[in-house]
Design a protein around this ligand. Structure first.
Ligand code: FES
Length: 56
């Protein structure tokens, strides 16, 4: 599932980033450019991130 359409970032990529140590949306932004265009994905990205953090 796409989380960030502008950059083509999927939930799987976010989960992978968490597995590699990402703990904040800021890190995802730095890593993928997520949320840098329209910004609509930030809320959903946070949800996916939190869920992934709970599962690790
Ligand atoms: Fe992520 Fe637009 S959907 S910046």
């Amino acid at each position: 599932m796409y989380v960030c359409l502008c950059k083509g970032i999927t939930d799987k990529q976010i989960v992978k980033a968490v597995e590699n140590g990402a703990v904040s949306v800021r890190e995802l932004r730095k890593q993928f450019g997520l949320g840098n265009q329209c910004g609509k994905c930030t809320c959903m990205a946070r949800g996916v991130l939190n869920e992934a953090l709970e599962n690790t």
